[in-house]
Structures are given as structure tokens and as C-alpha cells.
Design a binder for this molecule. Structure first.
Ligand code: 2AM
Length: 169
């Protein structure tokens, strides 16, 4: 059996706690994503054999992208009840990171989602849909990205960072 993998950006611990507390204050029920699991997905790989980890690491280590400030200020609730927070204007360094990663993965034959990149942090799933929620604005300094394994531990999904890479200053 393979590993369910994706590349993503972990939210810094302190901001993740603050954002999760704000999300909890909305009382939208549903299934909240634990603060320690909050991340922004860069590329979803699905099930992959463990022996591809070295190649994935090689692809990521070739990326030359800079650290950036990420302002999460656009709130979305989809009709399925997915509550997500993303940047109203994604920084160019984030788009650059995602496109370098996408090119590297496609060149090695990974089948990626063809939909346009939608940078977002999922905060909860299957929420009550309540119109008129106003978006907060949280700024985070992003210094790293990671290769995650997604595991269902019986109580829900856990996202385990397996490897991470620092962005340039
Ligand atoms: P979501 O938060 O919008 O559901 C781990 O599952 C991460 O990968 C989640 O952030 C999830 O996005 C994303 N993800 C899951 N399945 C995906 C898919 N088929 N295509 C793109 N991203 C996916």
C-alpha cells in the first residue's frame, strides 16, 4: 500500500492556534481541522509508493523561492460546508513556489489536479452554512514548506510533515 502524500505550507504554530480559536468561536459545528493540522496545500499527490520519497525530496530541494508574508483575509464556505480561509491577493512568492513545484512534479510524471491553484487553508468540513460571516485578516510569515503524509487515525485525518524545506530569505 502507498502513502497518501501532498506538499503544503504549515501555518506557524501561534497563528494556527489563533485562527482555530476564531473558527471555534463561530460555532458552525461540522468537523473542525485541528490547529496542528492547519496547512495550505500546494500540490496533492494522492497515493504514492514509499520508494518515490527520494525523488519527491529531490524535486522539492531544487526549488528556489523566497519567504513571504501571507495575509489570510478571504473566507469561503462552499455549498458542501467546507470553511476555508485564503489570501484575497496571493503573494507572488507563493505563486512562484507553487508553479516551480508543479513543473517539477509534472516533469517527473506525477498526475496533478488540472484545476487552477486555489490557495486556501481548510478550517472545517461539513459546517452549517451561515451567510454574512465577515472575514478576519491574519498575517503569517511563511518560511518553509513540507511534504505531508495524510493518515486517518480513526478519530479523523492527521497530516504528518515527513520532510520540510526552508525558503530563501
Ligand atoms: P481541502 O483542504 O480543500 O479538502 C490533504 O487532504 C489536503 O489535500 C487537503 O488540504 C485537501 O484539500 C487536499 N486535497 C485532498 N484531495 C485533493 C485533490 N483530489 N486535489 C487537490 N487537493 C486535494
Amino acid at each position: 500500500m502507498g502513502l497518501r502524500l501532498f506538499f503544503g505550507i504549515p501555518l506557524p504554530h501561534r497563528q494556527a492556534e489563533i485562527i482555530a480559536a476564531w473558527r471555534d468561536s463561530l460555532t458552525l459545528r461540522g468537523r473542525p481541522v485541528a490547529a496542528s493540522n492547519l496547512h495550505l496545500t500546494l500540490a496533492f499527490l494522492g497515493d504514492q509508493p514509499a520508494d518515490r520519497l527520494a525523488e519527491l525530496s529531490e524535486i522539492a530541494s531544487r526549488i528556489e523561492a523566497s519567504q513571504f508574508s501571507l495575509t489570510l483575509d478571504r473566507l469561503t464556505i462552499s455549498h458542501h460546508g467546507l470553511l476555508a480561509l485564503g489570501p484575497a491577493s496571493p503573494p507572488s512568492a507563493l505563486l512562484d513556489l507553487e508553479s516551480q513545484l508543479r513543473e517539477g512534479l509534472l516533469a517527473c510524471g506525477y498526475p496533478l489536479d488540472t484545476r487552477e491553484f486555489w490557495p486556501h487553508v481548510t478550517l472545517a468540513r461539513r459546517c452549517l452554512i451561515r451567510p454574512g460571516l465577515s472575514a478576519p485578516s491574519y498575517a503569517c510569515q511563511i518560511e518553509r514548506f513540507a511534504l505531508y503524509q495524510s493518515i486517518n487515525d480513526g478519530r479523523g485525518m492527521a497530516y504528518i510533515p515527513l520532510l520540510h524545506w526552508l525558503l530563501g530569505r
